[in-house]
Design a protein around this ligand. Structure first.
Ligand code: SAM
Length: 196
């Protein structure tokens, strides 16, 4: 039984109220979480950010892979998810804010640059202007050689936003790849893996 396919009332309620910002009715499955973490290659990362952690389903997988020297923070815009995240991970720095403020957030954490950005944002649902703003702001913190990983849903590949993102990524990153489909996720998903 695919665990994440079980009804998750918090995600469903937020999806009904804010469908385009939430964009998921169920949290990511452990299969997708493992694929994300594998592509991020966290063992040698000193500074890691998570974008849009929701209630923190990827976060546990990320924290398990971080080295003892690694520093980590998460940025979640939704106040309800942020509160649930903080209850689950009371010692993890969580900024209830938008990722477009990532430079100021890094300054407050004393992160000059970051090595990895692991994103759960619903990029395909964002207008192009927001995709560009978020990527431009990410470039102000991601170090050269740093990695950005994010997932997309199979059914959203048909959306103009997904096609725009796929066209934008190679203009920001030197290598961009897409994983095979993770069928054990609801909905099925894939991982974009990018190196600056
Ligand atoms: C598709 S859900 C993913 C949640 C979780 N990471 C997972 O994998 O199940 C997208 C998340 O991105 C958050 N989000 C959307 N726009 C955001 C923004 N501008 N800044 C920070 N978080 C944002 C939403 O509130 C939501 O928690």
């Amino acid at each position: 039984m695919l665990k994440s396919a079980a009804v998750d009332w918090a995600h469903l309620a937020e999806f009904i109220q804010k469908p385009l910002a939430t964009a998921c009715i169920a949290p990511s499955s452990p299969h997708l979480a493992r694929m994300m973490v594998e592509h991020a290659g966290l063992a040698d990362a000193d500074t890691v950010l998570e974008y849009g952690p929701g209630t923190g389903v990827l976060t546990g997988h990320i924290l398990r892979e971080l080295g003892p020297q690694s520093k980590f923070a998460a940025i979640e815009i939704n106040p309800r998810f942020a509160a649930m995240f903080q209850a689950a991970f009371p010692y993890v720095p969580l900024f209830q804010d938008s990722v477009e403020n990532v430079r100021a957030i890094c300054d407050s954490m004393e992160f000059a640059t970051v090595d990895r950005v692991i994103s759960g944002l619903p990029w395909a649902f964002f207008p192009e202007s927001r995709q560009i703003t978020f990527l431009d702001e990410m470039m102000r913190v991601l170090r050269p050689g740093g990695r950005f990983v994010t997932f997309g849903y199979l059914q959203s590949l048909a959306l103009p936003g997904a096609r725009r993102l796929a066209a934008l990524l190679p203009t920001y990153f030197t290598t961009v790849s897409r994983s095979p489909i993770v069928w054990m996720n609801f909905p099925p998903a894939f991982v974009h893996s990018c190196r600056r």
